[in-house]
Design a protein around this ligand. Structure first.
Ligand code: FBP
Length: 325
């Protein structure tokens, strides 16, 4: 029988700061707890709308609120955490401690999947905190390249945790006894793919180069790309990114013309940045269509960005189309 290394032993062996390992272990433990709540669904009365909206004016589901509270409480109790920020909270929450780390998170990504028993997940990003003063919002506004750890948990047929710490990307599966076991070590993404993920219902709102790129994929063997493409769309970035880490592909949530001053749907600090670090560390690429996501200097906490990530050669094919005019 195969034996698997558990997360605690794996963390122990990583060349990283003990305090950072503590933060990652706290997030992992909370995700295991969240998995239980998500799995209980209607039995625990946790499905349906919360009757409130978040700072982005999106209707909150009960599970958005429950999972946000679970992660916030756990991180506030975790000594090396100086502050946290969440998709569900308007402002950053300093813990009152100085030094250590800042954590940003989307406690339950893919909200529209919650009530239909389709995959959802938790995404997190860890940044260094200022060493000499209590954290304020400006301290969170660091480019994604500064992240010291990032990852997600996906609550699907199996609950998995995928994370990057010092280097590499590793996947753990939640066992029945609550342990995370290393089942997917050293994940890498193939550079080429013939599978794309995009919400095509927004096609008429996209910029012309994006329409051209997707149209080229849809034309298959007879079009400019000379090969047939397949399409997948889970409607939860966490599950679409997980698929790409498992078998390659490209995920796109581009700028569209409906709200021109919102440059995309997905949020930089707790969706695009952590996913981009994972994708790059696995050998893929992530851009806003042209510019590397991890180099974007955030100007506000809930900033949105266009996202194009996955197999490196396909991300490059999008960039070539976008810069062709
Ligand atoms: P939430 O953070 O509100 O869940 O929104 C993010 C998201 O669910 C992504 O995970 C997903 O890729 C996208 O929205 C799907 O949106 P849509 O189906 O509206 O295009």
């Amino acid at each position: 029988m195969t034996t698997f290394v558990d997360l605690a032993a794996w963390l122990e062996a990583q060349p990283a700061d003990a305090a950072l390992k503590d933060v990652v272990a706290t997030i992992a433990k909370t995700c295991a707890d969240i998995s239980g709540v998500v799995a209980s669904g209607a039995l625990s009365g946790s499905l349906g709308a919360a009757g409130s909206t978040n700072v982005q004016d999106e209707e909150q589901k009960k599970l958005d609120v429950i999972t946000n509270d679970m992660l916030s409480d756990a991180l506030k109790a975790c000594a090396p955490v100086a502050g946290l920020a969440s998709e569900e909270l308007e402002e950053v929450e300093p813990t009152g401690r100085v030094g250590g780390f800042l954590v940003t998170f989307d406690p339950l990504d893919g909200s529209s999947n919650i009530d239909i028993n389709a995959p959802v997940g938790t995404i997190f990003s860890v940044l260094p905190a200022p060493a000499d003063q209590a954290a304020v919002e400006a301290d969170f506004l660091q480019p994604g390249a500064n992240q010291v750890a990032a990852g997600y948990a996906v609550y699907g047929p199996q609950t998995m945790l995928v994370l990057t710490l010092a280097d590499g990307v590793n996947g753990f599966t939640l066992a029945a006894d609550g342990q995370w076991l290393l089942t997917h070590p050293a994940i890498t993404i193939k550079p080429d793919t013939a599978e794309f993920a995009i919400n095509v219902s927004n096609q008429r709102h996209w910029a012309a180069p994006m329409r051209r790129y997707v149209d080229g994929c849809l034309q298959g063997k007879d079009g400019p790309r000379g090969k047939n493409f397949n399409m997948r769309w889970v409607a939860a970035m966490v599950a679409d990114v997980h698929r790409i880490l498992m078998r390659g592909g490209i995920f796109l949530y581009p700028w569209d013309a409906r709200e021109p001053d919102k440059p995309g749907k997905l949020r930089l600090m707790y969706e695009a940045n952590p996913m981009s670090l994972l994708i790059e560390r696995a050998g893929g690429a992530s851009t806003d269509g042209v510019t590397r996501t991890l180099d974007v200097q955030p100007t506000k906490l809930h900033q949105r960005v266009p996202v194009v990530l996955g197999s490196a050669n396909e991300v490059e094919a999008v960039r070539a189309e976008m810069t062709a005019g």
